[in-house]
Ligand binder design. Structure first.
Ligand SMILES: Nc1nc2c(c(=O)[nH]1)N[C@H]1C(S)=C(S)[C@@H](COP(=O)(O)O)O[C@H]1N2
Ligand SMILES: [Mo]
Length: 171
C-alpha cells in the first residue's frame, strides 16, 4: 500500500515535471503586498499566466545590491540600493531585444536589453538607506553605475534612467 502511494506520487512528480518543462514556463510566487512593478511581454515565467507582478519583498528577495555614484539628480554622490536588472530578467525568463520602461507619469524609454544584461543597471528602491517615495523618484529608479564607466555619463543613458518606474515590457 505504502509502495503504491509512493509510486503514485513519483508518477505525479514526473508528469508535473514534464508539463512544467514542456513549456519552460514557471509560475512565480504571487505578490502579497502592493504591486510596485509589472513585467510583461516576452517572458517565460509569470505570476498570473500573463505578467510577472512584484511587491517590494519579492523584488528584494532577488538579492539586494548597492551602487554609489554621482548623478544629475543629486548634488552629491549617493548610494542606491536595489535589485540588479539582469537578476530580474533571469527570474522572469526574459527573451527579447528591448525593454520599454514606463513611469507613473507615463514617461517611457526604450532600453536595449543588453544594457540590463551587461551594464550593471540597478532597479533602485532606496537612496542613502531610505526607500524612494513616489514624490522622490520612487518606487523604482533605473540607475546606471555612472561613476564606474564614463561612457554612461551622457544624455543617452540619463534619458534611460527612468524614475517612478511601474512597468517593464520586454519586446
Ligand atoms: N519618470 C521620468 N523619468 C525620466 C524622465 C521623465 O520625464 N520622467 N526624463 C528622462 C530624461 S529624457 C532625462 S535626460 C533625464 C532628465 O532628468 P532631469 O529632468 O532631472 O534633468 O531623466 C529621464 N528620466
Ligand atoms: Mo532627456
Amino acid at each position: 500500500m505504502r509502495a503504491f502511494v509512493k509510486s503514485g506520487l513519483a508518477v505525479m512528480a514526473v508528469v508535473f515535471f514534464a508539463v512544467s518543462s514542456a513549456s519552460g514556463a514557471e509560475t512565480l510566487p504571487a505578490p502579497q503586498g502592493p504591486v510596485i512593478l509589472t513585467v510583461s511581454g516576452h517572458i517565460a515565467n509569470t505570476t498570473d499566466g500573463e505578467t510577472a507582478k512584484f511587491d517590494r519583498s519579492l523584488l528584494e528577495g532577488l538579492g539586494v545590491t548597492r551602487i554609489t555614484t554621482d548623478t544629475p539628480w543629486y548634488d552629491e554622490a549617493v548610494t542606491f540600493e536595489g535589485v540588479l536588472a539582469r537578476r530580474l530578467l533571469d527570474y522572469v525568463g526574459a527573451d527579447g531585444k528591448t525593454v520599454v520602461a514606463t513611469a507613473l507619469n507615463q514617461y517611457s524609454a526604450e532600453i536595449p536589453l543588453s544594457d540590463f544584461q551587461d551594464k550593471g543597471v540597478l532597479l533602485a528602491l532606496k537612496v542613502n538607506g531610505e526607500y524612494l517615495a513616489i514624490r522622490d523618484k520612487g518606487p523604482i529608479f533605473i540607475i546606471y553605475p555612472f561613476n564606474q564607466n564614463e561612457t554612461l555619463r551622457n544624455e543617452t543613458y540619463f534619458a534611460r534612467s527612468v524614475w517612478q518606474v511601474k512597468d517593464l515590457k520586454i519586446k
